[in-house]
Design a protein around this ligand. Structure first.
Ligand code: TXA
Ligand code: MG
Length: 331
């Protein structure tokens, strides 16, 4: 791999014209959104999209989200768009909601990993919006992390994972939500939640009373991305209902201060040297979770305990990420 390394440009947030130029020329640019950083390429350029899969080591069966500047671009990448898609975007776009709709035949099939559908999102972040507006292209962008790793919520995380593998990073602030967008599939008889996110199930049900929750165990084909290993730091992730349950004997290196905790409750009586991040609410928990994982890895922590939360509101998305992060490694 070393001989294939490229020079990665570090761009300021005002350099969106340079970023657009790279995208138009078939290159890869990471950029901030309100959820996590994305790794973008021109959605019309199959060769550029192929580079995304290589840079991320992403499995070829995991489709990408196409980012648009506004609803006017919907018909260029989708077809037979249900009116509910426009209603939902009317309420939630720009914002952290992704809709899966029938794919336009002209959109390269590599974007959606051969599926007949395409996922679309209109991001709210001003830098993402400016980039989309300037290049005038739909931009296919997965989260800007190496596959399987926690998503990148700041440009430094993008740099750690992808420097030398992509053309440029637009270096903005840390992202607002810190968790990826809510994904809803509108291609079937009833709408299905494929991934929980910042737009909550309770909010969606105001417009979609029949929204179904996906059972990935019984229907893995619906959401290809859910089959793969996700969000995992090098440290072991363990879940607890409260910090009282933290069992130090489960630590891979018993007693040598290699333990961390993140949650809403304080960890009373934590052992000396343990790292503890108490979040004030669910929004802060979601926003800081992935960066906490990465920071703990850099500090050589070997076990990260995470407090479980109620599966309501944004808590549903947090629990989804925690369960996947805590799943056995390797799959
Ligand atoms: O917040 C986000 O959504 C971020 C930012 C950059 O926009 N992007 C992101 O992309 O999280 P990625 O690739 O990490 O996750 C995309 C998810 C995957 O679970 C994928 O399987 C699903 O969306 N997806 C994409 N296209 C799909 C399709 N046609 N049908 C079903 N699921 C699809
Ligand atoms: Mg991802």
């Amino acid at each position: 791999m070393a001989s294939d390394r490229m020079e990665t440009e570090r761009l300021g947030v005002h350099e969106t014209e340079r970023a657009a130029e790279i995208l138009r020329a078939g290159g890869l640019v990471a950029f901030p959104t309100e959820t996590v950083y994305g790794l973008g390429a021109n959605a019309w350029d199959a060769a550029a999209i192929q580079k995304i899969f290589i840079a991320k080591d992403r499995p070829a069966d995991n489709p990408l989200i196409v980012h648009l500047a506004d609803c006017d671009q919907l018909e260029t990448v989708g077809r037979a768009i249900p009116s509910i898609a426009y209603d939902l975007f009317e309420r939630w776009a720009p914002g952290p909601l992704t809709l899966v709709i029938p794919k336009h035949v002209k959109l390269p099939s590599i974007v959606s990993a051969g599926l007949d559908s395409v996922a679309v999102r209109i991001p709210q972040h001003p830098v993402a919006h400016e980039l989309l507006r300037r290049c005038g292209l739909p931009i296919a962008a997965p989260s800007a992390n190496r596959s399987g790793r926690p998503s990148a919520t700041n440009w430094q995380a993008v740099w750690d994972d992808l420097a030398g593998r992509i053309d440029a990073v637009l270096c903005g602030d840390a992202t607002l939500h810190g968790l990826e967008s809510t994904v809803v599939d509108l291609t079937g008889q009833t709408p299905v939640l494929l991934r929980a996110g910042a737009v909550t199930v309770e909010q969606l049900r105001e417009s979609l009373p029949d929204l179904q929750l996906l059972h990935s165990e019984t229907d893995p084909a619906k959401s290809p991305g859910m089959r793969h290993r996700h969000y995992q730091p090098t440290a072991m992730v363990r879940l607890c209902r409260s910090p009282d349950e933290i069992d130090l004997s489960l630590s891979p290196r018993r007693g040598d201060e290699r333990i961390a905790y993140i949650g809403l409750m304080p960890w009373e009586n934590s052992p000396k040297g343990a790292v503890c991040l108490q979040c004030r609410d669910l929004d802060e928990y979601g926003a800081r979770l992935f960066d906490f994982f990465r920071t703990m890895d850099r500090q050589g922590i070997t076990a990260i305990w995470c407090q479980e939360v109620a599966e309501e509101g944004i808590g549903r998305a947090i629990m989804d990420r925690l369960r996947r992060a805590a799943a056995p490694k390797g799959k």
